[in-house]
Design a protein around this ligand. Sequence first.
Ligand code: FPP
Length: 252
Amino acid sequence: MSAATRTIAAEARTGGDSPAVPRHIGIIMDGNGRWAAARGLPRALGHKAGAEASRRAIEAAGDMGVSWLTLFAFSSENWRRPADEVRDLTGLMRHYLRHEVGQLLEKGVRLRIIGDRAAFGPETVAEITRAEAVTAANTRLNLNVALSYGGRAEIAAAARAIAARVASGELDPASVNESTLSAHLDTAGMPDPDLIIRTSGEQRLSNFLLWQSAYAELVFQDVLWPDFDAVHLQAAVAEYRRRDRRYGARTG
Ligand code: FPP
């Protein structure tokens, strides 16, 4: 742990209205392809380097005292990429699910997958279920990996589930409120993200945690994801701490 990380983690423990460290950070990991192209490498190697950057981000988030980290690893739109790239990406995910769970255990990380896991087929669904079960007792860092995830699809699925409960008479339509909707999302029971980071200079949410990010601070960084490390995470948290979070209220 670096001295800067130690300082931020120590300050986080002092608590207060505006915690020094966000409780939940979401990251849109962007720029693997451009990183590879800049080096004359195939895109697959960009994704492989991106996976290593994910490992660094998980470690840095744990060291800083972040409780929840959500990584956008594969969007519902990513299925439209060329078949060989989809194969490389899904192969990489399977590799990590199979071989990296020990690392997560060592670091006290609890893994959950959000998104349409069934789209990856029964074998991968079984690997996901296993990895989630094996890490279920860990409490140091909650890691969500968003796979075949889309915010609009997640909200539509929640609406469908609520409609079904209303139709069956189990739920009174007049009682449906924001909490009902939140409770039917993949992130039910989890805190909303305080900070969303997107790398590579692009400045949009791209269907990531649309409902949950209503009051999140957005930080866009000019680093390609494979180059991301603890220093970038610390810089994003420092920027978050400079923001004045009002949740729509007027202060002063
Ligand atoms: C965006 O780069 C990144 C992705 C589509 C996938 C992200 C996947 C990883 C970082 C690897 C797997 C992660 C885990 C947790 C195992 P891009 O290809 O859109 O880059 P470009 O915009 O430069 O083309």
